[in-house]
Design a protein around this ligand. Structure first.
Ligand SMILES: Cc1cc2nc3c(=O)[nH]c(=O)nc-3n(C[C@H](O)[C@H](O)[C@H](O)COP(=O)(O)O)c2cc1C
Length: 192
């Protein structure tokens, strides 16, 4: 697959790669690295699972524990940067824009209802993420208590306004910037 050939890529072509990541656990688009500015002002990165990608709302979505550092960071500075790397196609996508936390409401309800009990249980630790443990362990309760994780679960939606696409190619690398402004996407080739 060559995203960056003679023609500039469309936002639709990029979202279709992300949508593949949502449904295909083997897709490299499945596990982006997401960046925030921490409450201490320092940059923070972590791997997440891409849960949804919608072109019409320009959104990428992840799930988190509300007690996680990334949620505190987003409350203070509500924006996200996303990094994707497809080694087979030697394609890097970087995207960014404002972020919104869903702590209640229908989006949260639907996302929670779709989780398996094993997934729900990952939010059910009584101690917050990064709490100290006396010995090695995951701090999680038995599977029967998975539903209690609901109180700690949240959905994080990032709206994408900028996309930086870089494709490494033997015949010459290609890079282009897509920007959302005045209700439309514009794309521009740039020096890689
Ligand atoms: C493959 C993989 C997938 C992960 N998926 C998620 C995820 O979807 N949501 C999440 O909050 N953390 C996920 N994590 C854990 C985060 O990388 C991170 O360790 C955790 O969220 C705490 O980050 P924070 O303290 O910056 O909030 C994942 C980790 C790995 C290795």
């Amino acid at each position: 697959m060559t995203l960056l050939d003679a023609d500039l890529p469309t936002a639709a072509a990029i979202w279709s790669l992300w949508q593949r990541g949502v449904v295909d656990s083997r897709s490299p688009m499945r596990l982006p690295v997401v960046g925030t500015v921490g409450v201490d002002g320092l940059p923070e990165l972590r791997t997440v699972v891409l849960r949804s990608a919608q072109l019409d709302t320009r959104q990428l979505v992840l799930h988190s524990d509300i007690r996680a550092a990334k949620v505190s960071a987003i409350k203070q500075r509500p924006s996200l940067a996303w990094h994707f790397w497809n080694p087979r196609h030697r394609l890097q996508l970087r995207a960014s824009g404002p972020a919104r936390l869903h702590l209640s409401g229908p989006i949260l309800d639907t996302a929670w209802a779709r989780l398996s009990d094993h997934q729900k249980r990952t939010y059910a630790a009584t101690a917050p993420p990064a709490s100290t443990l006396e010995e090695a362990g995951d701090g999680l309760p038995p599977l029967q208590q998975a539903e209690s994780g609901r109180a700690n679960f949240c959905v994080v939606a990032g709206t994408i306004n900028h996309i930086d696409v870089l494709q490494l190619r033997r015949g010459g690398h290609r890079r282009c910037l897509l920007s959302w402004s005045e209700d439309r996407w514009s794309a521009q080739w740039v020096v890689p």
